[in-house]
Design a protein around this ligand. Sequence first.
Ligand code: BDR
Ligand code: CA
Length: 313
Amino acid sequence: MPARKIIIDTDPGQDDAVAILLALASPKEIDVLGITAVAGNVPLSLTAKNARIVCELAGKPEVKVFSGCDTPMARALVTAEHVHGKTGLDGPDLPDPTMPLQDGHAVDFIIETLRQHPAGTVTLCPLGPLTNVATALKQAPDLAARVQEIVLMGGAYFEVGNITPAAEFNIYVDPEAAEIVFKSGIPITMMPLDVTHKALVTKPRNDAFRALGTKAGIAVAEMTDFFERFDKEKYGSNGAPLHDPCVTAYLIKPELFSGRHINVEIETTSELTLGMTVADWWRVTDRSPNATFIGEIDADGFFDLLTERLANL
Ligand code: BDR
Ligand code: CA
């Protein structure tokens, strides 16, 4: 099978960084056409910089990185320095990037790339708020019929929220964008907190990254050391959840995951539950299924895959 062509839309973020490293370490399965940065965990200037830091960490300065939307479609930006630190990539000491940002806007890159490739051959992988992707769909409605699939990290149902009691961060930051994406008719596979909270970096798993002894392995271990302090305090869990790498791992080994094809609607008006992904897991409505909601992961298989692939960098 030829490598699957993808665009990674991201707000790095330590877990975004690991997702990107996994993709760049897996060229047989994944062909990264470009990386588009969006404002989210930290402001856009930092996410656009961090995306390039990660490409250079992977030894791939030739990857095209574009800067995108700096604010959500209809709201002020909410960021998550309390989780990811001031830079968004706190933990390891990584050099500033020397590779350039590409000319042009991320949204134009998404539109042009989807129009240049045959319909149904490019997958979008959003790892942050959905602003860039929804803006592209709004500007170019023909794109909906051209996207092969959207595999995204976002949402939560049984696991409820991490930024408010009801909402997961990526959806909460730009619910209007999420609504456009979930109503687009594009096949969607989503990695909600329900599954990512089962992908915990326990100490032995982090030790395995560090034991690779490579720049990438050590950096991943240090990133995880940094952001796990937050989740350990909050959830009392055994380590930090590696949210975003679930997306790229799914592209490589979908058999590690399982879920249900159901209807998912986005709350955009209630103050109390803004950004909630109302998932009809029990199929109690007759609303049409629009997303595969992943709930289970083979966590050992996932961490084996990550460790094996990071060793390639
Ligand atoms: C999501 O929010 C961000 O903080 C992470 O990078 C991940 O994409 C988890 O809610
Ligand atoms: Ca992210």
